[in-house]
Design a protein around this ligand. Sequence first.
Ligand code: ZN
Ligand code: ZN
Length: 378
Amino acid sequence: MNHKEIIQKGDASGNGLIVKFRLPSGLEIVSLPTKNFYGGHWDLGPTWNYVVLADRPFLIDSGRYGQGRHLVDMMRLAGIHPVDLDFVLISHSHEDHDGGLAELVELTDLKIKAHTVYDLLIRQYPDVAPPGYKQRFPAKCWHCFMPESFFKDNCLKYHGVLQALEIQRLGDGSEKIGNNISTRHLPGHSPDSLAVMLGNEAMVVGDVVLPDITPWPTRLEQYDEVVEILRPLYPEASALFGLKRYLQSLKELLQIAEKHPDVLVLPAHRLYYQDRWNAIHLKERVNELIEHHIQRCTAILKIVATETKSADEIARLHFKESLLKGPGKLMAANEIISHCELMLACGDLQEVGTHSYVGTGSENFEKSIQHIPKKENL
Ligand SMILES: [Zn+2]
Ligand SMILES: [Zn+2]
């Protein structure tokens, strides 16, 4: 059992809960959970940012937009001086992880490390951007399905500050970022997802594995929007996007779990939630997530066994009504499309017009998921 020292108590969701974890080797990690504005049925809880107190300490993630200064204040409370940090690493390009980045960097002058795809997709490309109000969006937000009114209220400033950021790129392999510390590219939830391996003792996984909630997968078709930007380095969509790529990342984690069953997993949401700790047993949790996706495919296939249905119709039949309110409806359809893409590739579905599907009678998807190859040399 790892040693936990509470530095500051938080609320029931874990907001503000500053904890110092001490690993058997003596390495210490400090949690700095910052508030998110989401709520209701899609509430994620705070974003758990972490400082790793290695020989050269560094921060992982920066909370959402407006949290930069708060993060610096929390660090000070924990006795950490931002000037002593070597860099900040961004686990992936979602706003709840890099929203506070520009403010943080302005206050601290920290260098930024992130995956190459992050550096490419936070830029504007007016020549290839979708027409209309998305023209000035960073490429990572082109696929966003929130209405224009949401963007005007919440994203305008955030999008503006991303352009000026200078990123030290990390690649797809195991990249050393400290003494016995390396990153691993685990795309699928986001094309630029990174996990940080702290020897064999602990890993900071971002949103790749979460307790309580299932990280949503990207759609393979998101690649088509950014193909001009990514093609020189990534000629295949399947290297970065889609449910299959996400499942492959999970299989990589399974391999780690088999070698190091007691690895401490530090997720970016809900480590503490509803007044309790949610410890993650890596092997168990990854298997649960894989099983969840198999079951969802089974359910979808049943819905479209004899009748063609659109992704929206499948979502309405599959999800609880409470999850379909407001943007929930679009998130649900996104999730359905991810699963249908995988089953299309297995020959279990046929697409009849855009995002409408019907079963072919086969059920190859489960075998296909079980057989997703594991990478060598982990
Ligand atoms: Zn995320
Ligand atoms: Zn997140």
